[in-house]
Design a protein around this ligand. Structure first.
Ligand code: MN
Length: 427
């Protein structure tokens, strides 16, 4: 099968270069990023590809987007990666010019020498003002421009790479702009041993963070107080960033999917839904659990909780190399359809997990060894103030899967015990 053949090629490609689990002190050192860039370069054949760092400014500064970090390990705002197979500089990192005035306010930008030391494997590291010269001279040799960034919808803003390509083709005749976004998606879908270990660590931190949050769950406490405990716990454990803004929703808010306000007080008899993930070495966890505020599920909550659990179990039973994400989704849908609750299940069951909580991926591909995804069935009945989601993270193995979050309590009695132990640590 063609699609699985592609996956196998990627496994071979990555396992030869990236699968050394424990032999380097620095897990994601320069040679990892160099090998990733080389693999992408080899897939291009001719021409050039530009990747603009297109991340976001958060509480602790700028973070590159997933593609850019995956290929460079670099979090400098305004950086550009140029890959040009066969050109005299095949791997070029372009950094924003120094800005002494601005740096007094926002911090020192690295000198080119500092960047060079941290970023082995480039043929050239220079300032972004050299971009035009490099591109023109490369286009003389091989007039092909590869789009690597994820495809956008026609009504989205034009991304920086495509805007630059369009300008270039207005000025230089006969340039081909081609879509080469699939290869990096496929690369990112298959995780090396070090990537798996980073995600497992992120999950462990998330587990401990939710335990700390649970210790404070009681009627009257606000959702944002619980969120504060969670975030503080992640940071205390050495995880500086959250994988995404967590959801901490109680009562009717448990039934709102991406509920962001957290100013409500918990009430007796209600549910509390927590969807959170720590980030470790840039890799994300994504875990959801639902708790009864009083520590014990009511009969009605029990009924729905066990149904969601059953749906998750049936999804697990479907996971093995060769199936599609659609088939996993159908396994959960079947449980909800049979029980008459299908209309209360309103989102997908699985997504890929990695540098991004929703990792870029080609969802037409079948599952293959080394992929990491979530399984997150949920039922949301807002008129009853019931929202229940259970979300776990798994690694596809040779014959089936390994549940990376297996140690986080999932079954109803185990969840109640977990709560009780977190709230009464002396017992
Ligand atoms: Mn998720």
């Amino acid at each position: 099968m063609k699609r699985s053949a592609i996956a196998i090629i990627i496994v071979l490609l990555l396992s030869s270069t990236l699968s050394s689990a424990d032999d380097s002190a620095e897990k994601f050192g320069p040679e990892i990023f160099q090998a990733r860039r080389q693999a992408l370069l080899d897939s291009l054949g001719t021409g050039l590809a530009l990747l603009y760092s297109s991340g976001e400014y958060g509480e602790s500064g700028y973070r590159a987007d997933g593609h850019f970090w995956y290929l460079t390990g670099n979090d400098d705002p305004g950086a550009i990666l140029m890959l040009a197979p066969g050109f005299r500089y095949e791997q070029v990192l372009l950094l924003q010019p120094r800005d002494p005035e601005g740096e007094r306010w926002t911090g020192i930008r690295p000198s080119l020498t500092d960047s060079l030391e941290k970023a082995r494997g480039y043929d050239l590291i220079c300032r972004t003002d050299r971009l035009d010269d490099l591109v023109v001279s490369c286009m003389k040799q091989s007039p092909v421009m590869h789009l690597i960034s994820p495809l956008r919808a026609p009504s989205d803003d034009i991304p920086a790479d495509l805007e630059y390509y369009n300008k270039a083709s207005d000025r230089i005749p006969d340039i081909d702009i081609i879509n080469s976004s699939r290869f990096i998606e496929q690369m990112r879908m298959i995780k090396s041993a070090d990537e798996v270990a980073a995600i497992e660590k992120a999950i462990e931190v998330t587990h401990a963070g939710i335990t700390d949050l649970l210790s404070a769950v009681t009627p009257g406490i606000t959702e944002f107080q619980l969120e504060g405990i969670l975030e503080q716990s992640f940071k205390r454990q050495g995880a500086q960033h959250m994988a995404f803004p967590p959801i901490v929703g109680s009562g009717e808010r448990s039934a709102i999917l991406h509920y962001e306000k957290k100013d409500q007080r918990l009430e007796s008899g209600q549910l509390l839904l927590v969807d959170a993930g720590a980030e470790w070495d840039h890799y994300c966890a994504d875990i959801s659990r639902t708790f009864p505020v009083d520590g014990k599920f009511s009969d009605r909550q029990t009924e729905i909780y066990d149904l969601v659990l059953e749906a998750q179990d049936s999804a697990f039973a479907a996971i093995r190399p060769g199936v599609t994400v659609r088939e996993i989704h159908e396994a959960t849908e079947n449980v909800f359809r049979k029980s008459g609750y299908i209309d209360y299940f309103v989102h997908g069951t699985s997504h890929h997990l990695g540098v991004d909580a929703h990792d870029d991926a080609d969802y037409n591909l079948i599952l293959a060894e080394g992929m990491i995804l979530t399984v997150e069935p949920g039922i949301y009945i807002d008129q009853e103030k019931i929202g229940i989601r259970i979300e776990d993270d798994f690694l596809v193995t040779e014959k089936g899967y390994r549940l990376l979050s297996a140690h986080i309590p999932r079954e109803r009695a185990a969840v109640e015990r977990w709560m009780s132990e977190a709230r009464n640590p002396s017992r």
